[in-house]
Design a protein around this ligand. Structure first.
Ligand code: SAH
Length: 355
């Protein structure tokens, strides 16, 4: 019989699992507490459970825990990048971003990515597979346990902006978010979670109905279909008119503001004409625009614009009354752009090339 990974179970499912082996409900609460408040990863360590139950649980179930393949800390101390090796030898990246008074974690949702954006390192090898809820939780739990040991403040914000397209792994991501949010466990407020999508319209529509008040960020990167088709192949399936209609409906259904991400690429999408078109495209939508100078990826050949051109683009939008922020760039020296660390490793977590 295949063992169930307890971190793939929702709270109800954990209750049912324990009922199924003749245990009272409060045992589920105890296990939940060990997993998500004490970051324990063996049943043997759950000292308030009877010895026989611990043995039975170890027979029927397992608790996953990632293996650290590599850990790189930025010189400025503002970012830490982890490469975790999963049980099948695949690897995912996670980035801890340290701000003055809180810690934020950028998680991966898939191994590789199928979306094939032309400037992104994650897309280079295509998609390998979805991550399970447990594999997403483990990225956070590992870092949470490390911060706890160091006496540091815990992660309180989570962004799904690592490798993968979260809305293509919809059911697992929703389950992960519900576990993440549980007040008796990790207790991360939905309002401090951001899902970033390349624009999967059915996923945006489903999320609008989900009733969980997370932040939605849509990666736009181009203000017209011709350019967006080139940069993001998903645009051929869901062109801008359909995407923005779904965004408007999302804002209407949830009452929440939407964020548009716009990665500036020198000579490609960074002119004043692009800014003008972007302004026209977004006018009338309750939104916020996050400008990200491209993080150059060796294999791609694109470069970020020089700072004055970034400023010109941002200022144009600001003058037009659009709410604009420029993403703070953390961890430049640790190849923290999506997918860059995983690209440099062999299949068993060994880093190949320069580390
Ligand atoms: N698949 C999701 C989330 C992962 S990528 C999405 O597309 O939104 C998170 C963000 O980083 C996206 O806006 C993505 O377009 C952007 N990104 C990818 N590669 C980048 C690079 N080299 N430089 C800057 N931003 C990049």
């Amino acid at each position: 019989m295949e063992k169930v990974n307890v971190k793939d179970l929702s709270r109800d499912e954990l209750n049912q699992f324990l009922e199924g082996i003749g245990e009272p409900r409060y045992r589920a609460n105890q296990i939940w507490d060990w997993l998500y408040q004490k970051y324990v990863h063996s049943f043997a360590a759950m000292s308030n459970l009877p010895r026989e139950l611990r043995a039975l649980l170890a027979e029927r179930a397992l608790i996953s825990w990632p293996t650290l393949g590599k850990r790189e800390e930025a010189a400025a101390g503002d970012a830490v990048k982890y490469l975790f090796v999963l049980s099948d030898g695949e690897a995912v990246e996670t980035v801890l971003m340290r701000y003055r008074s809180w810690n934020s974690l950028c998680l991966s949702t898939q191994v590789g990515c199928a979306m094939a954006c032309s400037f992104c390192a994650s897309a280079l090898g295509g998609k390998v597979r979805n991550l399970s809820p447990a594999e997403m939780l483990d990225q956070l739990l590992y870092v949470q346990a490390e911060l706890y040991r160091q006496g540091d403040v815990p992660v309180t914000r989570v962004v799904l902006m690592g490798t993968g397209e979260p809305l293509e792994n919809y059911a697992n991501v929703m389950k992960f978010l519900r576990i993440l949010h549980d007040p008796d466990g990790l207790n991360i407020s939905y309002r401090r979670v951001t899902i970033s999508t390349c624009g999967l319209v059915p996923g945006i529509t489903a999320l609008a109905q989900e009733g969980i008040p997370v932040n939605l960020a849509v990666s736009l990167h181009a203000p017209d279909d011709k350019l967006r088709d080139l940069l993001m192949p998903i645009n051929r399936r869901y062109p801008l008119a359909r995407l923005l209609e779904a965004c408007r409906e999302y804002v209407e259904a949830t009452g929440r503001r939407i964020t548009f991400e716009y990665t500036l690429i020198a000579g490609v999408n960074d002119s004043l004409e692009h800014a003008r078109k972007l302004y026209r495209l977004l006018s009338g939508i309750n939104c916020h625009v996050n400008i990200i100078p491209l993080n150059p990826v060796q294999e791609r050949g694109f470069m970020p614009p020089k700072p004055p051109l970034v400023a010109r683009f941002c200022n144009y939008l600001k003058e037009k009354g659009i709410n604009v922020t420029q993403r703070r760039e953390l961890g430049q020296d640790i190849t923290a752009a999506c997918g860059q660390l995983r690209r440099r490793k062999g299949r068993k977590g060994k880093i190949v090339g320069k580390g």
